[in-house]
Write a protein that binds this ligand. Sequence first.
Ligand code: ADP
Ligand code: MG
Ligand code: MG
Length: 484
Amino acid sequence: MESKRLPSHFQVSEGTDFENLVNNVKDYALFNGAASRSREHFSSDSIQFLPFTLLPSPFPKKEFDKAVQIQPLLNKLIHKVAHNHEFLKEVLQNTIEVDFFTGKLFEIYETVFNEGFAQPMSLGILRSDVMLESTCRENIDDVYCCWKQVEINAIASGFGWLGPASKVIHRFVLERLQYFDEINKLPENRALEGLCGGLVEAWKLYNNPKAIILIVVEDVVYNICDQKFHEFEIYRQNPKIVCQRKTFTELIECGELKDKKYFVNGSEVAVVYYRSGYAPEQYPTDKEWNVRLTIERSAALKCPSIHYHLAGTKKVQQALALEKNLKKFLEKPDEIQLVSDIFTGLYSLDLDDFGDQAAKLALQQPHNFVLKPQREGGGNNVYGAQIAEVLTKIGRTKERTAYILMNRIQPPLIRNYIVRPGKQGKLEAEDVICELGIFGVIIGTKDQIIYNKQAGHMLRTKGHKVDEGGVALGAGSLDSPFLY
Ligand code: ADP
Ligand code: MG
Ligand code: MG
């Protein structure tokens, strides 16, 4: 079914001024750090602006507010899930048998769980990603009816800087186009401050002013601006804090555990902030896996700790879409209702009747579904005709349980321009779709939540025919919600 179109709020005439405007905004984006390293021409000395939409995209205020308001409840839910051993074990038991990566994470989890966690507190920096649904009611007057959650990220939830940076870009564009009265419809975005506030709070809770914040990074970092702005914001909030960036491979040599404390080159670590560790290739050998285990064994606060990481898996999201499971974590009926409503259809592919039915449905109507393995970071899901291919190839074997199936959300279409680096020629308006990410920060122990906040947002936009929307991977673009 063709998605419906949201109204456009801005008139832009495509003359010489338009070209000037676009060139001006490219520079503005770059000089304000809405940028990354180039994948094609990587150099550790240079950055290029990230793709961005020329205009902010309309997003219904009511739905935006709802997404913001529900975030502390989602934070609490993930926190409780992370601390429920029986639930994690039960939900993931089939998956870990066939999925090597989740299996390794679970092995680390069981090891530290059985030893007893050296640090009872965890820091969660979460990002719940949602899309407006345009077709879930038959006869709507509005072009959308509500949003549905795409996923919730519990590890390396990026764009704490690039979210606010998008507002910097779009504020500039609206000013240049003389839309001064519209600027206040770009909501305040304090994601960077909020997320780093959580990291600084966790550092304080460790209670050793000499201890550092360790940022675990990939071997090659493309998304450098987003990461570095976090580091600089930590310094802004407390100049006495020292941050060190290390890869898992570097930590084999320079990290060590002594009396349950983790040290990097002799400095005690208070907080470990993972911007890596969510994908199998980030652990090239057993030694890198051992680094993860060693850190989990330490008293440092981990963002996220291993149980939080597992609570953010797609398999867990699918299980939470079942009301009977939600009831294990939320007591109040209105809270259960609120959270139930955010899920679109999510189906297990276990080797039982439910799994068989879901697989059958997906084979019949592959275009209505997304097939998801337990992976993060974009580029791993299966769409459309390929779903049928993959499911046919796997057949009714245990391998199937490594995946979940999800209804494909159909967001309303919006007309916008996507400005991309290195692309010459006339810029054409295109039909695009948006994905809103809402950040949350939570700190607590199994029995007590100490800190629980919503912290800003980010909006990503892609061509309406594009399956995956990762900005870092080149498919998506930075955008800002224009509330109406
Ligand atoms: P990852 O953890 O790799 O980011 P996601 O579940 O977020 O995995 O999927 C990646 C992208 O695929 C999303 O950003 C979104 O653009 C698209 N996508 C995922 N699930 C759905 C869905 N149910 N409906 C529509 N698009 C989806
Ligand atoms: Mg995602
Ligand atoms: Mg993800």
